[in-house]
Design a protein around this ligand. Structure first.
Ligand SMILES: *Cc1c(COP(=O)(O)O)cnc(C)c1O
Length: 337
């Protein structure tokens, strides 16, 4: 029985064509800046997304960390969503490794940080306070594409109050797909953007940080300090390049499958649909039935993310086809809630 893994879009396997591209990639020592495939990936994404420079790194966590350390110094702070990845899910790296204080702000239901709350959190220039330096947003957030106009309002605030503006765009291309706009428009106005190639785009490894030449030089230095200076990384960059060539257009299929899944699950008595955004579906079951449901779906070869709030998250991706969606719907239908 084939396993249907809906835990995350990070679980994808490199396709045969992607593996071929990796095998053929010309490579060099990237610490010397001599890997042609890494350089081509960085140049391409910088040009595509409208930035002066880019840096290929192993993970989105490292990319965000390098951005925070590139924007902020010891004793500075960044303003961030209380449920944002860069605050909650990165091991406190900015504080641990960068001596940068987070100032979390509870997100509104649509994923935005209310800008009046952001502005109120900016500290006066006074030795009592950390220096407010950066506003960090996330798009998509829990699958939600932020309201498009919000980004311009955040840019206006950042400019007026002299904050840098960073975007954790781990799923930037999902947001672009949801808006029906080029990814460049989603990245517009930010001083730095982090993009993951290893989520729905299906590369095995890799994120890219984009920004000004100066910011990326600082990030490159911090990447080395963090042990992230890699050598013939072109094989991984080739996978990322292949993902950009072949897997961006198909994100719409993931979104359509998520919608179909959400519609079917929402019609089942005992299940409460909490939301469906881009490639993510969230459902709740009565807490007392959660364990049994997990056992039931596992026995049918379905893997889910269980135990966060809402209680079940299902994520569509490159390795989930229509039959996988059908089997998942069937598994949920055959459970007694
Ligand atoms: C996955 C993800 C990251 C980075 O994760 P890594 O596993 O370190 O690559 C950052 N932000 C968001 C929103 C993510 O979903």
């Amino acid at each position: 029985m084939r396993t249907i893994d809906l835990r995350s879009d990070t679980v994808t396997q490199p396709t045969e064509a992607m593996r071929e591209a990796m095998l053929r990639a010309p490579v060099g020592d990237d610490v010397y800046g001599e890997d042609p495939t890494v350089n081509a990936l960085q140049d391409r994404l910088a040009a595509d997304l409208g930035f002066a420079a880019a840096l290929f790194v192993p993970t989105g966590t490292q990319s965000n960390l390098l951005a925070l350390m590139g924007h902020c110094e010891r004793g500075d702070e960044y303003i961030v969503g209380a449920d944002a990845h860069t605050y909650r899910f990165e091991g406190g790296g900015a504080a641990v490794l960068g001596s940068i204080q987070p100032q979390p702000i509870p997100q509104a239901a649509d994923g935005t940080l209310p800008l009046d709350k952001v502005e109120a959190a900016i500290k006066p220039v006074d030795p009592h306070f950390a220096r407010s330096k950066l506003l960090a947003l996330e798009n998509t957030w829990h699958g939600r594409a932020l309201p498009f106009g919000y980004m311009a309002a955040a840019r206006e605030l950042a400019t007026r109050r002299h904050l840098g503006l960073h975007l954790d765009g781990a799923r930037l291309y999902n947001a672009a797909t949801a808006y029906g706009r080029p990814a460049r428009d989603v990245a517009a106005g930010f001083d730095s953007v982090s993009v993951c190639l290893s989520k729905g785009l299906g590369a095995p490894v890799g994120s890219v940080l984009l920004g000004s030449a100066e910011l990326i030089e600082r990030a490159r230095r911090w990447r080395k300090v963090a042990g992230g200076g890699w050598r013939q990384a072109g094989m991984l960059a080739a996978a990322a390049m292949h993902a950009l060539d072949h897997h961006v257009g198909r994100l719409a299929d993931d979104h359509a499958r998520a919608s179909r899944l959400a519609e079917a699950l929402g019609a089942i008595d005992g299940l409460t649909l909490q939301g469906c955004h881009t490639n993510m579906v969230f459902v709740d079951v009565p807490a007392a039935r959660l364990k049994d449901l997990a056992k039931h779906t596992a026995a049918k070869g379905i893997r889910l993310s269980i135990g966060y709030l809402p209680s079940i998250r299902l994520v569509t991706h490159l390795d989930i086809d229509d039959e996988g969606i059908d089997r998942t719907i069937d598994a949920f239908k055959t459970f007694a809630y």
